[in-house]
Every structure is written in C-alpha cells, then in structure tokens.
Design a protein around this ligand. Structure first.
Ligand code: CO
Length: 218
C-alpha cells in the first residue's frame, strides 16, 4: 500500500461494514467502554491484539511495545495498567509474547539497531537470568523460542509486582494475570503458566520460575 489515501478509504469501508452488521455499534462504543481484558503485547505488525483474540473494539484494552516488556519505571505501561485496573476494572491482564519476535532475536544476537538497543537490554536481562537453559538448547530457533517464553514469564512477574496489581489484590479485587505466547505460523496462542490471581500465587511463580513455564512449541 503506497498511497496513504487508500488507508482512509479502507477505514471508510470498514466503518460502513461494521454499521451494516450492527447499526448501533459505534453508538454503543461512543457511550462507554467496558473491557474485561488488558492485553500487553508486542508492537509487531503480525500480532494485532483484537484480531488474535477474536474480539471487537471495546472488548480489549491494549498496551503494546517492542517485545512486550513491562518495565518497573515505564510510566506509559504503568499508566495503562493503572487505568485498566482501577478505573475500567478489567478482570484479566494478559501478557502475550510471540515466536519469531524481532526484538527477542536482536537481543539474543546482541545486534545493534540504534536507540532501541537500550530497550532490548531488558530482554537481554531475561536472557542472562535463564542463560543456562537457553544456551543448552540446540539451534538458534529453539533458543529464540525459549527466550520468547521466558520473556513472557519475567514480564508476568513484573506485572504482578507493580503497586497497581498488588493494591488491587490487597483490596480483594478480582484480577488474574496470564502469560501467553502467540505462534505467527498458525495463529494460535498457548498459555505458558497457570493464571495468577493473588499475591501468594505470584510469589510461588517467582520462586518456581522456570520449572512451571510450559513450552508452547515442541
Ligand atoms: Co515481537
């Protein structure tokens, strides 16, 4: 698509199609949003949150960045989480990584792409935490896949450690944190860990770490 006006045309066609299916669709959305899910995923163009989850606008609150990283001091991600949990009262936070993630590959290969190298240091930290297991795997594609999975685990732990989630659990709010990985080859998501629904669960996950992270691919 070289002409930007085509994007506007596609928008018009999409909006018309939505109204044809459901005349009050945008009217309802304009009145309020009440999503039950917060999706934290990669910015990769192959990983569009709503499409993958089979959800319509209004059903999913979304935060995306390169390699789906949750950094303790990232005001952007923390603000999205705080608004989603405190105001929208989402019931689930889903951290979704994906195989063949360019950010994960660059981190593992220690490649240089400019400013983003600094962001990917967070993924390199995950690699160093799980280096023994990852290095023992044969072939780069397996190592990349496992780092994608371990990155999800570590970001789930980071989500659980935020004041946002800790305070919600302390207040008795219903909130589960999930770790998924998406396979760009077949469009399927796989759950890597059991849902975490309280601070005790979260501490267990942190302590058991690697052992209870399933593999999404063989
Ligand atoms: Co990615």
């Amino acid at each position: 698509m070289s002409d930007i006006s085509e994007v506007i045309q596609k928008n018009r066609a999409w909006a018309a199609e939505m109204v044809a299916r459901d005349p009050d669709f945008f009217g309802r959305l304009a009145r309020q949003q009440a999503p039950e899910y917060l999706w934290i995923g990669c910015a990769d163009s192959r990983v569009p949150a709503n499409e993958i989850a089979g959800m319509l606008p209004g059903e999913l609150f979304v935060h995306r960045n390169v390699a789906n990283v949750v950094v303790h001091s990232d005001l952007n991600c923390l603000s999205v989480m705080q608004y989603a949990v405190d105001v929208l009262k989402v019931k689930h936070i889903i951290v979704t990584g994906h195989y063949n993630c360019g950010g994960i590959i660059a981190a593992l290969r220690n490649q240089s792409f400019g400013l983003i190298d600094n962001w990917l240091r967070h993924v390199q930290d995950v690699y160093h935490l799980h280096r023994e297991e990852i290095d023992a795997l044969e072939g780069e594609s397996r190592q990349v896949a496992r780092l994608c999975e371990m990155n999800v685990l570590e970001q789930v732990i980071n989500v659980c450690r935020t004041t946002v989630v800790q305070n919600a659990w302390q207040a008795g709010q219903q909130l589960s944190v999930h770790g998924w990985v998406y396979d760009v080859k077949d469009g399927l998501v796989h759950s890597l860990i059991d849902p975490i629904s309280d601070a005790g669960n979260a501490r267990d996950l942190h302590l058991r770490g690697v052992k209870n992270v399933r593999r999404g691919v063989a």
